[in-house]
Design a protein around this ligand. Structure first.
Ligand code: NA7
Length: 557
C-alpha cells in the first residue's frame, strides 16, 4: 500500500460489507480515508466464517450493493443463496473494481482508539506498533464476527482432540474424513455446518443440542439466465421496493412481494394457512414480512408456531428423537429463523446422532470426548458453533476511549446508547455503521450500510463545508433516541426471548439495542435530522437554534 499519511480525514475500522462501502463513498467525497482490517484479506464476516456449509440467508440478488447500477448489471450470482466463498469473491471484485485495495491496511488490528480532546482527533494505536491520527473514525466492525463467544463448557481445555471455532475455521481447510466429530450449537451456524457435514460423516457426527431452532427451507437453487436477466432489467424496482420494506428484502417466490398488512387474526384459517404455505414453499426469512402482528401479538405468533412445528414434525416423522428437534423454548421469529435445506435429513437419512443437553445434569468435556449424564461420546474433533457477543461486543472488546479517557464499554454499562445508531455523546467524531441503535440485523446489511454511510458522508461534508472540526451528538437527543429504540422493542414479543438480537444470548437481560420500528421509519428520522440541519448535533461545541429532535413511534404514520 502507499505510504501512510501522518494525519488522515477518516479511518474506517473493518473492511467487510459496510467498511468497503464506507471507504469508497468517503474517498469519492474527497475525504482522505484509510480502512484498517485485522484479517489478512478483506471481507469481514465472509472471510472469517469459511466453515463448511456457510451461505447467506437473504437472497443474493437482494443481499448485494445497490450504489452502482452498473455493478448490479455486471455481477451475476450463481445461486439464489450464495455460498460464503462467492460473497467473498464478490466483495473482492468490488474492492478491485473501485480501486480500493491500496487504501486498506490488512493484518492490522486497532488495539486502542482514543479521542484527543485538544486536537479533536482520533488516535489509533495499531497492532503493528504504529499510530494513526484521523479527524474522524467510522467503526464498521459488524454485528458478530469479531466478538466470538467463548462458551463456558466445563473441561473444554482437557480435550485431547481438535477444537475448532466455526468463525475461525482453518484457512487451509479441515478434513473430517474418518473422524468422529461433535458439534455444539444449533443456531444458524450449527445448522449449516451439520447439514454440510452429515452426508459424509453419517453416524460419526454427534450434535449436542441445547435449544432446537425453527429451521425453514431455503429452496436454494441455481439461478436461471432468464430469471437473472429479468431481475437485471427491473433492478430499480427491486431496490425501490426494498427501500420501502421493513427489513429491506422483498423476494417471495422470486418476485417482489409487499406482504399482507392485516392482522393474522383478522383472516380466515384457510387464508392464513395459504399465506403461511406460500412463504414455506418460497422459503427463507420471508415469514418476517408476513402478517405484521406475528411479532407483536402472542395469539398471532402462536398460530405461526403451530404451523412451523407441524412442518418440522412432518420432516422428522418416524425418527425416534424427532420430538427433540421441534422447538419449544422460544416464540418463532424472536430468534432469527434458520434458513437451510436438508437439515432434518441429517438425522433422518444420514444418521447423525442427536444428543439432548437441554436438561442434562452433566455436560462436560473430557480428554476423550464429551460426557453427558454419565455417557461418554468419544470424539476426535469438537466444533464450537456457539455464537457471538453480538451487536455490542465488536465495539466493546477493544479500547475505544472518548472524552476524559472513558471507555465506550464503561460509558454504556448495561444501557448501550447512541443517537440514531451513528454516534455516542462524549465520543465526538466517531461513527458506527450497522450495529446498535439502528435496525441492524433486522435490515438487509448491504442496504442499511449504504444508507447509513451515505448519511454519515453527508454529515461530514456538511461539517467540512463549514469548517467544523468536531461533531458530537447532544446527550438529550441521545437519551430521546434510546428511549425511542426501547419503545420500538416494548411493543413486541422479542423481550420474551434471550437472544443475540437483544444482546442477551451471552447472559444478562435483553437490552434495547436494536431499533425494531422498521427500516422506513428509521430512515425517515435520519432524513429529517439531515433536512433540519442536524439539530441534535453540536458542531465545534455549538448547536443550531432548532431544538433537539424527539422521536416517536407514531411517526410511522
Ligand atoms: P447463535 O444463533 O447465537 O447460536 C448459538 C448456538 O450455540 C445456540 O444453539 C446456543 O444454544 C448454543 N450454545 C451457546 N453456548 C452454549 C453452551 N455453553 N453449551 C451448549 N450450547 C451452547 O449463533 P450462530 O452463530 O448460530 O448465529 C448467529 C447469527 O449469525 C445468525 O443468526 C445469522 O444471522 C448469522 P442456546 O440457544 O443458547 O440454548
Amino acid at each position: 500500500m502507499s505510504e501512510m499519511p501522518e494525519m488522515i480525514d477518516v479511518a474506517v475500522v473493518g473492511a467487510g460489507v459496510s467498511g468497503i462501502y464506507a471507504l469508497k463513498k468517503l474517498r469519492d467525497a474527497g475525504f482522505n480515508t484509510i480502512a484498517i482490517e485485522s484479517a489478512p484479506e478483506i471481507g469481514g464476516t465472509w472471510w472469517f466464517n469459511s466453515y463448511p456449509g456457510i451461505r447467506v440467508d437473504i437472497e443474493s440478488i437482494e443481499f448485494s450493493y445497490s450504489f452502482d447500477p452498473q455493478l448490479q448489471q455486471d455481477w451475476t450470482w450463481s445461486r439464489r443463496y450464495a455460498p460464503g466463498e462467492e460473497v467473498l469473491r464478490y466483495l473482492k471484485y468490488v474492492v478491485d473494481r473501485y480501486a480500493l485495495a491500496a487504501r486498506i491496511r490488512l493484518s492490522t488490528r486497532v488495539d486502542v482508539a482514543a479521542f484527543n480532546e485538544r486536537d479533536s482527533v482520533w488516535e489509533l494505536q495499531l497492532s503493528d506498533g504504529t499510530m494513526l491520527r484521523a479527524r474522524h473514525v467510522v467503526f464498521a466492525t459488524g454485528l458478530h464476527t469479531s466478538a466470538v463467544l467463548k462458551p463456558t463448557i466445563k473441561g473444554l481445555d482437557r480435550f485431547t482432540g481438535d477444537v475448532l471455532e466455526s468463525a475461525r475455521w482453518p484457512k487451509k481447510g479441515y478434513d473430517t474424513t474418518a473422524l468422529k466429530v461433535g458439534v455444539i450449537g444449533t443456531g444458524a451456524t450449527g445448522v449449516q455446518l451439520i447439514t454440510a457435514l452429515a452426508p459424509s460423516l453419517g453416524d460419526d457426527l454427534w450434535v449436542f443440542q441445547r435449544t432446537a431452532h425453527y429451521v425453514v427451507p431455503a429452496h436454494n437453487q441455481l439461478l436461471s439466465p432468464e430469471y437473472v436477466a429479468h431481475v437485471k432489467a427491473h433492478y430499480d424496482q427491486w431496490r425501490k421496493a426494498e427501500q420501502e420494506h421493513m427489513g429491506g428484502f422483498v423476494s417471495v417466490d422470486l418476485q417482489i412481494d409487499r406482504g399482507p398488512t392485516v392482522s393474522a387474526l383478522d383472516v380466515s384459517a384457510e387464508e392464513r394457512h395459504k399465506e403461511f404455505e406460500r412463504r414455506w414453499n418460497s422459503g427463507g426469512l420471508s415469514f418476517y414480512s408476513s402478517y405484521p402482528d406475528l411479532v407483536t401479538d402472542p395469539k398471532a405468533n402462536a398460530l405461526l408456531g403451530e404451523f412451523l412445528r407441524a412442518k418440522i414434525r412432518e420432516q422428522v416423522a418416524g425418527y425416534e428423537k424427532g420430538e427433540l428437534l421441534v422447538p419449544r423454548d422460544f416464540l418463532p421469529l424472536t430468534r432469527r429463523l434458520v434458513v437451510e435445506d436438508g437439515y432434518y435429513q441429517s438425522y433422518t437419512e444420514h444418521g447423525a446422532n442427536l444428543v439432548d443437553i437441554r436438561d442434562a445434569q452433566q455436560f462436560e468435556v473430557v480428554a476423550e470426548g464429551i460426557l453427558v449424564d454419565g455417557t461418554l461420546y468419544e470424539l476426535d474433533t469438537i466444533i464450537l458453533a456457539t455464537g457471538f457477543e453480538s451487536v455490542t461486543g465488536p465495539l466493546t472488546r477493544f479500547e475505544i476511549r472518548g472524552r476524559g479517557g472513558i471507555t465506550l464499554q464503561r460509558y454504556w454499562g448495561d444501557r448501550p446508547r447512541t443517537l440514531l445508531g451513528y454516534m455516542v455523546h462524549d465520543f465526538p467524531n466517531a461513527f458506527i455503521v450497522n450495529a446498535l441503535g439502528c435496525p441492524g440485523a433486522f435490515t438487509q446489511a448491504f442496504l442499511l450500510s449504504e444508507m447509513q454511510v451515505d448519511w454519515i458522508t453527508d454529515l461530514l461534508s456538511y461539517a467540512r463545508d463549514r469548517g467544523y472540526r468536531c461533531i458530537e451528538p447532544s446527550e438529550a437527543a441521545q437519551e430521546a433516541w434510546t428511549e425511542h429504540v426501547a419503545d420500538t422493542i416494548d411493543g413486541t414479543l422479542f423481550p420474551r426471548t434471550n437472544s443475540w438480537y437483544l444482546a442477551a444470548n451471552a447472559g444478562g437481560k435483553p437490552k434495547p439495542v436494536l431499533h425494531l420500528g422498521g427500516y422506513p421509519l428509521y430512515k425517515r428520522f435520519c432524513i429529517e435530522e439531515r433536512e433540519r440541519g442536524y439539530p441534535s448535533f453540536a458542531f465545534d461545541g455549538e448547536y443550531s437554534t432548532a431544538p433537539p429532535a424527539l422521536y416517536s413511534i407514531s411517526a410511522a404514520g
